[in-house]
Design a protein. Structure first.
Length: 159
C-alpha cells in the first residue's frame, strides 16, 4: 500500500478504490449553504500535496506541462478548440494530477470530495515553478492560501 512517504503504487491503489464498494458509499458532503458549510482543512493539506507533486518526477513534469498550457492560454485568451495550438493541450497531465489528487484526498482523510485542495496545491506548485516563491512552505504560500482559499483552509483546520 502506498503512503505519503512512499508513493509507489498510488495509481493502482486509486484505481482499486474507484471500483470498490467503499467509493460509492462516501458521501459528497459539499454544501454551498452557509449554515452547513464544510469544515476547513489545515493549510498543510494543499501544501503537502504541492510538495509531493513537485518532488515526484512524473507529477512535476505534468505540472510543468499544465503550467505551459496555462501560460499559452494567458497569451491567447480567445483561443478555443478550433485554434491550431489547441492540440497542445496536455490532457494526460491534467488527468494525472487529478488522479493523484483523488488518491491524496483519500490518504489524508479529507472530509469532503471537492477539488479545492487540487486547485490550491497546483497554484502553490506553479508559484514555485515560476520562481515566485522559493518553497511550498514559505510565508508567501500561507498568504496565498489565506488570500484565495480562506473559506476552505485555516492554520489548524476545524475537522
Amino acid at each position: 500500500m502506498s503512503s505519503l512517504d512512499d508513493l509507489a503504487g498510488w495509481e493502482s491503489e486509486i484505481e482499486d478504490y474507484r471500483i470498490s464498494d467503499i467509493a460509492f458509499k462516501v458521501p459528497n458532503r459539499v454544501s454551498l449553504d452557509s449554515q452547513r458549510r464544510i469544515p476547513k482543512l489545515p493549510y498543510e493539506v494543499p501544501i503537502k500535496l504541492a510538495e509531493l507533486m513537485l518532488n515526484d518526477k512524473r507529477l512535476r513534469t505534468a505540472l510543468e506541462k499544465k503550467l505551459e498550457w496555462d501560460l499559452l492560454l494567458e497569451e491567447n485568451p480567445d483561443m478555443g478548440p478550433d485554434h491550431p495550438d489547441w492540440t497542445q493541450k496536455p490532457y494526460e497531465a491534467h488527468r494525472l494530477i487529478s488522479k493523484f489528487s483523488d488518491w491524496y484526498a483519500i490518504k489524508v482523510s479529507a472530509p469532503h470530495r471537492i477539488k479545492v485542495w487540487e486547485d490550491c496545491a497546483v497554484g502553490i506548485a506553479f508559484s514555485v515553478l515560476r520562481g515566485e516563491t522559493t518553497s511550498v512552505r514559505s510565508e508567501q504560500t500561507k498568504s496565498y492560501i489565506k488570500d484565495f482559499y480562506r473559506e476552505f483552509f485555516s492554520e489548524e483546520g476545524d475537522h
